[in-house]
Ligand binder design. Structure first.
Ligand SMILES: [Zn+2]
Length: 432
C-alpha cells in the first residue's frame, strides 16, 4: 500500500537507553492516515536537540507534541511521497512538519540549534539513515509472524505443546512492545482475521503482555517444541530442525545463535540430554530484562545464583554475594553454533559462572549464553549433578539480598525504557 494524501495525526514518543558514555535518546513518531493502519517511524534527534529534550522527558512527561494533531502538508524537501522500499510497507518520508513541531518545543536550551538549520543534504542523509533503520527493524515483525505461525502449526500435531505457543506469544508481544521500534499485535499480524483467531485461541498472552514479564526469551519455546517433536535423544535432528527454521528468518530478531547440550556424563552417550539456547533478544535492555526475569523466576537456583552474582553490572561480582558454582568435571556441556554447524568453546563469562573449562577470552553478558539454560535443565533434573556441584556462597541471607537487588535493577531497566505497567508478576502460560 502506498501512502497518499495528507497525514493528519502524529504523536512522538521518546525513549532513553543506557549506552556507553551516558544515556542515548531516540524518538518514534506514530503517524495515522485516515483509513490506514497505524505505523511507527523511528527517528532520532538526539544529536540536534537532545540537550534540551532530556531534562523535560526524564521527568516522565510525554513530549508536548505527543498525541497532538499536527497539520502536515507535502514535505517541502521531498516534494512527493516515495514508492515502497520496504517489501510491501510504504512508510511516508519523515514529516518535516512533525520535525519542526518537535524542534519548536526545544526552546529551553541554548544548545538547541532551532528550526531551519538543517540543510536539504543533511535532511536527506537523515531520511536515508532512518529508512535503513526501519528496514532492518521490519525483521522483528517478519520473524515474529513466521515463528508464531510455525509454532501454531506444529502445536496442531504435537500433543502437549499448546502451552509453548501461549508462552511464545506472550514473550514476543512483550518484546515487540519494548523493541527499539515498537510493534503492537496489530502491526505484527498483518491480517485482522489471523489476529482474531489467535486472540480467541490464546487470550491470555494478549491480556498480560503489558503487565507480566516473560520468564525466558522466545526461542527457548521453539527449542522445547522441537525437542518435544524430535525426542531429546535425537540431537542432530534437533539441531537440523532449528537450523532449517533459522535459515528462513531475518538475522538478529527473536532468534538464538547457539544451542547447548548437557548430560550428566561426558562418556555415557545414553544419558538424558538437556538443551538450552542463547538469549533471543535484540539490544542490551531486552536482554537485561529477560536475564533478570530468568534469575528470579525460571532458572535452577544454582544457575540463577551464579548469574545474580554479576547481574546487571557484568564487570565485577557483588561485594556481599558470590553464588558462582563449579559443576562436576565429568558432565557434558557442549555448545554449537546454529548458523555455522561448528562446536563453540564456553566463553569466559560461562567459565566464571559455572567453572567450565575454556581457553576462550571473550566474555558475553552474564546469563546471555546457551549454557545457563542447558545447565539449569540438567541441575533441575539430575540430583547426582546437583549434589556434585560446588556453590561458593550458600548463605540464604546473602542470596535473598541479591534477589532483592536484582528485582530493583530489573525495575530500573524497565523504568528507563518507559515500561511502567509491570505488576511485579511473571507470566505463566496456560497448561493443557
Ligand atoms: Zn558464555
Amino acid at each position: 500500500m502506498v501512502f497518499k494524501g495528507i497525514v493528519e495525526y502524529a504523536s512522538i514518543n521518546t525513549t532513553y537507553e543506557q549506552a556507553e558514555g551516558g544515556l542515548e535518546s531516540s524518538h518514534t513518531c506514530d503517524l495515522l492516515e485516515p483509513g490506514a493502519r497505524r505505523r511507527t517511524l523511528p527517528f532520532d534527534w538526539g544529536l540536534e536537540c537532545g540537550a534540551s529534550l532530556l531534562p523535560r522527558s526524564l521527568g516522565g512527561l510525554l513530549l508536548p507534541t505527543a498525541g497532538k494533531r499536527v497539520g502536515y502538508q507535502t514535505p517541502p524537501l521531498l516534494g512527493h511521497l516515495r514508492p515502497s522500499r520496504y517489501g510491501g510497507l510504504s512508510p511516508p518520508p519523515l514529516p518535516l512538519m512533525v520535525a519542526d513541531a518537535l524542534k519548536h518545543q526545544c526552546v529551553g536550551g541554548s544548545l538547541c540549534p532551532g528550526v531551519g538549520v538543517q540543510t536539504a543534504a543533511m535532511a536527506n542523509q537523515e531520511i536515508n539513515r532512518r529508512e535503513e533503520f526501519l528496514k532492518t527493524q521490519q525483521g522483528f515483525r517478519k520473524n515474529a509472524y513466521k515463528i508464531i505461525d510455525e509454532m501454531n502449526g506444529w502445536s496442531n500435531n504435537t500433543a502437549g505443546s499448546t502451552h509453548l505457543v501461549d508462552e511464545i506469544l506472550h514473550s514476543i508481544l512483550f518484546l515487540g512492545k519494548i523493541n527499539k521500534t515498537p510493534f503492537s499485535p496489530n502491526e505484527i499480524f498483518s491480517s485482522d482475521d489471523i489476529l482474531q483467531a489467535l486472540m480467541e485461541k490464546y487470550p491470555r498472552p494478549f491480556q498480560f503482555y503489558l503487565t507480566q514479564l516473560p520468564r525466558r526469551s522466545p526461542f527457548s519455546c521453539v527449542l522445547d517444541m522441537i525437542v518435544l517433536r524430535e525426542n531429546p535423544e535425537n540431537e542432530e535432528q534437533i539441531k537440523q530442525s532449528l537450523r532449517e527454521l533459522i535459515s528462513d528468518l531475518a538475522p538478529q530478531f527473536l532468534v538464538s545463535s547457539i544451542i547447548c547440550i548437557s548430560q550428566k556424563s561426558n562418556t555415557d552417550q545414553s544419558s538424558k540430554r538437556y538443551y538450552g539456547v542463547s538469549m533471543s533478544t535484540n539490544g542490551p535492555n531486552p536482554g537485561k530484562i529477560v536475564i533478570g526475569a530468568s534469575c528470579l523466576n525460571n532458572w535452577d537456583e544454582y544457575v540463577s545464583g551464579a548469574v545474580m552474582t554479576y547481574y546487571p553490572n557484568n564487570n565485577e561480582k557483588k561485594a556481599y554475594f558470590d553464588g558462582t558454582i563449579e559443576v562436576p568435571g565429568n558432565i557434558r556441556c557442549e555448545s554449537f553454533s546454529l548458523s555455522r554447524d561448528e562446536q563453540m568453546s564456553p566463553c569466559k563469562s560461562c567459565h566464571n559462572l559455572f567453572g567450565l573449562n575454556t581457553e576462550e577470552t571473550k566474555k558475553w553478558a552474564y546469563g546471555n549464553c546457551a549454557e545457563p539454560e542447558s545447565l539449569s535443565n540438567l541441575l533441575k533434573n539430575e540430583e547426582e549433578v546437583k549434589n556434585g556441584t560446588t556453590v561458593h556462597d550458600r548463605s540464604a541471607e546473602n542470596r535473598q539480598r541479591a534477589e532483592e537487588e536484582v528485582r530493583q535493577d530489573l525495575q530500573a531497566v524497565l523504568r528507563m525504557i518507559h515500561f511502567n505497567t509491570w505488576s511485579g508478576e511473571f507470566y505463566n502460560p496456560e497448561s493443557e
